[in-house]
Design a binder for this molecule. Sequence first.
Ligand SMILES: Cc1cc2nc3c(=O)[nH]c(=O)nc-3n(C[C@H](O)[C@H](O)[C@H](O)COP(=O)(O)OP(=O)(O)OC[C@H]3O[C@@H](n4cnc5c(N)ncnc54)[C@H](O)[C@@H]3O)c2cc1C
Length: 390
Amino acid sequence: MSYPRRPNLYLSEEHVDLRTVIAKFVANKILPNVEGWEHDRKIPPQLYEDMAKAGFYSLRASEPGEDLERKYLPTLILCEELGKCNSLGVALTIMISIDYALSLLDIYGSDFLKATFLKPALRGKAIGAIALTEADCGSDLTQINTRATKSGSHYIIRGSKSFTSNAPISDFVTVLARTSNHGALGLSLFVVPTELAGVSIGPALNKLGLHPSATAEIFFDDCEIHDSHLLGQKGRAMQYLIPHFSLERLIVAALAIGACEHLIEMALNYGMSRKVFGAPILGHQIWRHRLANWLAKLEALRGLTYQAAYLLGIKDPSAHQFVAMAKLQSAQVAQEISRDILQLHGAYGQMQESPIERYFRDLAAFSVGAGTSEIMCEIIANSSLERISF
Ligand SMILES: Cc1cc2nc3c(=O)[nH]c(=O)nc-3n(C[C@H](O)[C@H](O)[C@H](O)COP(=O)(O)OP(=O)(O)OC[C@H]3O[C@@H](n4cnc5c(N)ncnc54)[C@H](O)[C@@H]3O)c2cc1C
């Protein structure tokens, strides 16, 4: 039984065709391999080259230049379809590698940085990562301790980063470092090759879920890097990162939409075939009402996420608030739906061979990564209160 799909008012016929192409790629190249990649806790480099050939690296650039309101839609479609691949660890690694780790370079990178790092990455031949969080601070990045001190034509980076996705597989990492003591204005970004002397990467950390997405610490021990690796202008990091976070949050929301849709399909199939007390599980009123609630919440989340993408595309001042709402809702809705559907599957849902158990674990990180749910509430409340005069 497939998910009862409704027309999406934001999508054109070309978008529907794009969804078909992506869904085929996921069905043929990803789904059959997911169990192996979960077991190995990594995905093979060849997949990136295949995705580059399929044109998935440049989806945001594929909309006509001025068509801002449609700019993010192909990315959302890609995320929705990847969210159905039975492993959000695989889906997230792909999105970090082909989009999130590259977009700052794409916007602010010099010709040198683009030629050295972006160009091979866009061919699927190099992997990037973004290292902002440290052991002592994640939500409040203005408190970071990693420093980049000017020395002639170089900077010397000292410090460490925590929980960096892709770190163990990355060829380069965009690092947030303090270049002066002027609070948020003292922060800068550097693109650092991971093979550079003074850079070392810890082993992949053992997480609750998202196993194929390797997360690790990175250490910078008097790492000397040329000026030309400064991304954009000195002291502008937070100005660059705030819009960048919105992109990351939209990606998370759209992955959650795909995951929920897939989970509901699994619930429909199991819930209509398994009989309890003479009727299918979904024949019992409590489950019928739960199903109704999942569908209503998922469609509300989808509408909010596409509206947020539209507002972000046209650079509306309320866009970041709407993106925060979509991110907040995506974690709440997906965690609730995955918990209910785990319950619907009884003991079968608890088995590690079951994708339901994996979705339940993987989705736990959706209220933490890309900005926690509490921080999303702060963004939404602050921007609402700014508009109200007491
Ligand atoms: C799977 C995964 C992948 C990640 N990948 C990356 C990556 O690639 N690069 C990277 O830099 N980081 C990454 N992170 C780190 C992530 O960005 C941080 O975990 C996140 O920003 C929260 O920071 P923290 O863990 O230090 O929690 P803290 O900031 O210490 O927060 C702890 C708790 O306090 C709450 N809190 C914080 N501030 C407030 C407030 N003002 N009001 C109320 N409550 C508050 C938080 O919501 C949270 O519940 C990843 C994390 C995960 C889980």
